[in-house]
Design a protein around this ligand. Structure first.
Ligand SMILES: Cc1cc2nc3c(=O)[nH]c(=O)nc-3n(C[C@H](O)[C@H](O)[C@H](O)COP(=O)(O)O)c2cc1C
Length: 377
């Protein structure tokens, strides 16, 4: 238990993670970002009232939160009970959640997501096959968490004429997110979902203008960026990328070239931020040592650069202090510690996360019942 004089003394210490950062027009009071975390508690693809408490627990005045992956169309979903952002009902359901975050002074972005081939007939309209850039299925036998068994179906390759329609789903979803009150959107271009499937040369086997060269593979992702930026303003748009990762069987033969090509192209659109997963992440949850680094991308990108993947307090402070990132997104630690920035400030003990309830559907257990730090105040 920490309190009184001890707390006062520790609060006087400024750690790099808790210094302010100006992200475009947003004045962030600290650099501890809530990473996007699918919690599978949005029944029938509709965000639920219990998310009000979950997100507001994790809100601080001037803190930046990225919402869980939200489906942009009826073909976008790949798991049960993930929220959507493509209908009026979805928009209405998000409104009170966003409002609660704003009441506490938080800045809240909606993550726009299309699962592509990382889906199943069960989540598709009329039981159709999921869509992708390819008709090669994911061969991995587990889901992205590395443990849940999976047997992915053969996807349907989008025709060239259908691609503008998918771009337009992203645009409309961005508009919907703004209507729900979000401050902006993060385009989910990471983790082996639809956009990443187009980007990576081990998946994208197209021979038309959307496959082959780097320029061609990046075409659809950049069309999405442009459409969304034109719709809501580039100063409200971020993107998440994982060039080095191989989640959902989605890898590239030259991740650094891919990452650099993307950030240099993103500079032309002047978007707000680029959010990258560290190369060390071999699965969603496990990390290993590697010589690969995000530094070339950090140096090349002109906006705010966010890193994620296996960070703790010490490494977060270090990456900010040596200017290798502006902000650090925390996933599992923030999931289990609703008051994470405060705990970092006090260097307090952290709650341990319970992996068994990450993706269960209860509205409280493993969701809003992680305790806050007790104090004598
Ligand atoms: C329960 C859970 C759900 C996740 N859902 C998403 C998601 O919706 N979108 C996304 O981009 N990443 C998602 N991730 C990945 C996290 O954002 C993050 O990159 C990952 O947990 C590694 O960071 P960490 O070591 O701080 O946990 C999820 C991770 C976890 C543990």
């Amino acid at each position: 238990m920490i309190g009184g004089e001890d707390e006062k003394k520790m609060e006087d210490i400024d750690i790099p993670l808790l210094t302010p950062h100006k992200m475009g027009n947003f004045s962030l009071s600290h650099r501890v970002v809530l990473a996007p975390l699918s919690r599978l508690r949005s029944y029938n693809f509709v965000a639920q009232p219990h998310a009000i408490l979950y997100y507001s627990q994790r809100t601080t005045n001037g803190g930046f939160l990225i919402g869980e992956a939200s489906g942009i169309s009826e073909t976008a979903q790949g798991y049960p009970n993930t929220p959507g952002i493509w209908t009026k009902e979805h928009v209405e359901a998000w409104k009170p959640i966003v409002h609660a975050v704003h009441e506490k002074g938080g800045i809240f972005f909606c993550q726009l997501w299309h699962a592509g081939r990382a889906s199943d007939h069960a989540f598709q309209p009329n039981g159709q096959p999921p869509i992708s850039c390819t008709d090669k299925p994911i061969l991995a036998k587990t889901h992205i968490d590395g443990s849940t068994p999976a047997d992915f179906p053969t996807p349907r390759r989008l025709t060239i004429d259908e691609i503008p329609q998918v771009v337009d789903y992203f645009r409309k979803a961005a508009r919907n997110a703004m209507e729900a009150g979000f401050d902006g959107v993060e385009i989910h271009g990471a983790n082996g979902y639809l956009i990443d499937q187009f980007l990576k040369d081990q998946v994208n086997d197209r021979t038309d203008e959307y496959g082959g060269s780097l320029e061609n593979r990046c075409r659809f992702p950049l069309q999405v960026v442009k459409a969304v930026a034109d719709e809501i303003g580039a100063d409200r748009v971020g993107i998440r990328l994982s060039p080095f990762a191989n989640y959902n069987d989605c890898s590239d033969s030259n991740p650094e070239a891919l990452g650099l090509y993307m950030v240099e192209s993103l500079n032309k659109y002047g978007i707000l931020y680029c959010h990258m997963i560290e190369p060390r992440m071999i699965t969603q949850f496990e990390s290993q040592k590697t010589k690969d680094s995000l530094l070339p991308m950090r140096k090349a990108f002109k906006g705010t650069f966010i890193v994620a993947g296996g960070y703790n307090r010490e490494e977060g402070n270090e990456v900010v202090a040596n200017d290798s990132a502006d902000l650090v997104a925390f996933g599992r630690l923030f999931l289990a510690n609703p008051d994470l920035p405060r705990r970092f400030q006090l260097n307090a003990v952290l709650n341990k996360y319970d992996r068994s309830t990450f993706y269960t559907h209860d509205s409280v257990v493993g969701y809003t019942d992680y305790p806050f730090l007790e104090t004598n105040n």
